[in-house]
Design a binder for this molecule. Sequence first.
Ligand code: UGA
Length: 464
Amino acid sequence: MIQSNLGIKDLTLSVLGLGHVGLPTALGFAELGWNVIGADDDLDKTRMLSLGQTPFYEPGIKGLLDKHLESGRFKVATDSATAVKESDVLFVCVGTPQSEDGSADLSQVENAARTVAQNTNGYKLIVEKSTNPVSTAENVKMTISQYLDTDHQVEVAVNPEFLREGRALEDFFNPDRIVIGVESERAKDLLFRIYEPLINNINQNGESANQGEVSPYMSGQKIVVTDLNTAELIKHSSNAFLAMKVSFINMVSDLCESAGADVNDVAIGLGMDPRIGPDFLRAGVGFGGYCLPKDLKAFIRIAKDNCVDESLLEAIEMINDQRVDRFVSKLALLLDGLAGRKLAVWGLAFKPETDDVRDAPSIKIVQRLLEHGASVILYDPQATDQFMESFQGSTEKISCASSALDAAVGAEAVLLLCEWEEFKLVDLEELRSRVDGRVVLDGRNFLDKKLISEMGFSYYGMGR
Ligand code: UGA
């Protein structure tokens, strides 16, 4: 992590929206030495935060919250208007949920813009951080001009975040790039100042950014300075591209299964090509979470609205949607039907190191297992409560366990849906003594196939 002995900083930053993006961002800026005000419309959340309680699980967040409530560099505002008045630069990290037609619902972004315009008492820079459809910043500018007192100046910039849940702070302090969409030197200078410690960090740690041709957008290293629309599109296309990699490897995984090959090894060979890269080639039950599925849908909408062929994006989504069927059918085949089966489900979060279950594959899979007449015992190191809160179907045949081994008692199969490290450490002898059946279906190709098979289990992965 970056050292925070950076001296007093003369700008005050506000972060509007203290969710999975806003809170790590706010605490990250405080750690860099800035005075940060956090605001959120959810008053339960702001009350919790001001008492030092974190509203969700994210590694490292609690420590930084305690540290900067105490240092006074992170304050929670009672309302957004106060945050606007007391700060120079406002990072908008509010949600952009999915509308019924698949587009992003930008009402929270618009509200934030209006609040800034109505409470401005000097120059303010609004920085869009949420994943927004291209042209959102242009619309925000129009909203501002409607509400702004002409004595004041509000500028808009786009500085998309690339944080991953579960590694949000790590990503904040070690960004692979910082994208800055601006319309003036003043806005650019402000953002460069704010990020200065990280820019130095990139320069010290970064491999040369000048590999290949230097893009006209590159100013310094790994800082991409663009116009507003381009910055928005960089973020949106990044998430769509990541989704495409996952769906691609999942399609190859099906091919491996039919033809007889191991998708994990295919991914290793494929990823060694530096033009492809090894990341996001893990086959399994598909991508979930609050970002990739929703952002992909919104991207499809944007393509349609701009009369651009969206079929590639639709195929990515379709392949992902089919993962649940693929997994459940495979299990049904292995167990010769699912009715009356007792199943242990390991891992409910959409990915490890988070308690977030939004759009997690586990929700659809458990739903489907119940529809087929199975009963399930669930275990997740962090996300069980969140899962039970968001699960909409009947919970009659669901029970929850407090450990992976407990979940396995009497189970006819163990299903892994999220790759928490602790599942690799489960005592396999003990597991064997607790389960009824021998099937292990690894929906993330995560467990040690050889070890598990040697212990007398029938191990199945996806595409292996
Ligand atoms: C994603 C992006 O990775 C971040 O760069 C971005 O900032 C963030 O969305 C956002 O827009 O806020 P996140 O949603 O935290 O981050 O999750 P990812 O790590 O991207 O994983 C998404 C899903 O893909 C998970 O369900 C994961 O299990 C799945 N996945 C990922 C695979 O199935 N295979 C892989 O190889 C990689």
